[in-house]
Design a protein around this ligand. Structure first.
Ligand code: PRT
Ligand code: ZN
Length: 287
């Protein structure tokens, strides 16, 4: 009989919270009370959700108050706690970059020698500067880092960039990418056997959701002589399903394509004689 409950920490409110809740939902996990409370149990899976500030998640996981957590890799690296990254989750993609005033001439990282850099990521920036043998002053601020140069607080910034529009509208240009980041699932290194087996079940579901998101189901009609060529283009999970059509000499093919190769595959299928191509989303995919 299962007695243990896996505790997962997610961001209470912010850029990660909706996607984290959506992921749990897509994994078939129903959270009691809509999940708004500090601690919200699931009704149909041995898991309990802890809603926290993202910066607190690494410490809570290290201390065992939570067993696993979802947060940005940038925050994991900055916190430098005893936690393991189990899997990357593919949302909240961004980068941690160095940026300088647009009018400054920038050639390479030696620009930062003797400069003052404002950031909320002193640990990651410190490591980066040390690796590049640059002596610079790190000025830690917790919010609105991008305004630091314009108010004379710093010469440059090290901040999270996504579209780049925040830097642009503050008269800054991105000059070095220190790290690329996305949401990740972390765990405490020592989980009991029972908690690890709950985590394995959750991971199995997460992989099925992620695989489905990156794949599409494709249906098409083709003359029978085109089938060998089409089978090469869309091999499917095992091999495509081929069903004869009422029209003599024609068949319907069903298969799966990877999103990234989608347009390339469609062009090849048309060239091979495929017609009436239908592409539909996949909800879950178990391979
Ligand atoms: O309250 P709490 O501490 O929980 O949240 P928070 O304010 O610290 O974090 P939040 O919700 O802003 O971000 C959570 C995580 O989302 C970050 O740790 C990153 O891993 C990830 N992420 C993805 C981002 C961005 N994209 C992002 N664009 N985090 C912040 N930004 C900010 C950035 O700081 C800058 O001000 O957006 C601005 C830049 O965006 P662009 O599009 O103008 O370049
Ligand atoms: Zn935060």
């Amino acid at each position: 009989m299962q007695t243990e409950i896996l505790k997962i920490a997610i961001q209470k409110s912010g850029r990660l919270s909706d996607s984290s809740k959506k992921l749990l939902k897509e994994c078939g996990i129903k959270i009691k009370n809509g999940g708004g409370k500090l601690l919200s149990p699931a009704t149909n899976f041995p898991i309990q959700v802890l809603n926290l500030r993202d910066d607190d998640i690494p410490q809570y996981v290290e201390d065992g108050i939570a067993d696993i957590g979802i947060l940005g890799e940038n925050v994991v690296l900055e916190a430098n706690k005893q936690v393991e990254i189990v899997t990357r989750l593919g949302f909240a993609s961004c980068r941690l970059s160095l940026a300088v005033p647009k009018s400054d001439t920038y050639t390479d990282v030696s620009f930062f020698e003797g400069k003052k850099v404002a950031t909320s990521y002193p640990q990651i920036l410190g490591d980066y500067l040390q690796k590049n043998q640059i002596n610079a002053e790190i000025h830690k601020i917790s919010g609105s880092v991008e305004i630091a140069p314009s108010i004379g607080l710093a010469d440059a910034v090290c901040d999270i960039v996504s579209s780049g529009s925040t830097l642009f509208s503050n008269g800054l240009k991105e000059v070095e990418v220190i790290m690329k980041s996305e949401a990740v699932l972390i765990k405490r290194p020592q989980l009991s056997e029972e908690k690890q087996s709950i985590l394995d079940k959750l991971l199995f579901r997460i992989q099925a959701v992620k695989k489905a998101e990156s794949s599409k189901y494709i249906l098409l009609n083709a003359p029978n002589e085109s089938i060998p060529k089409i089978k090469e283009v869309i091999p499917g999970m095992k091999s495509p399903t081929i069903i004869p059509l009422a029209d003599e000499g024609w068949s319907a093919l069903h298969s799966v394509v990877v999103e990234e190769q989608f347009w390339e595959v469609i062009d090849q299928l048309k060239a091979a004689g495929a017609q009436g191509i239908l592409v539909v989303p996949i909800e879950k995919m178990i391979v």
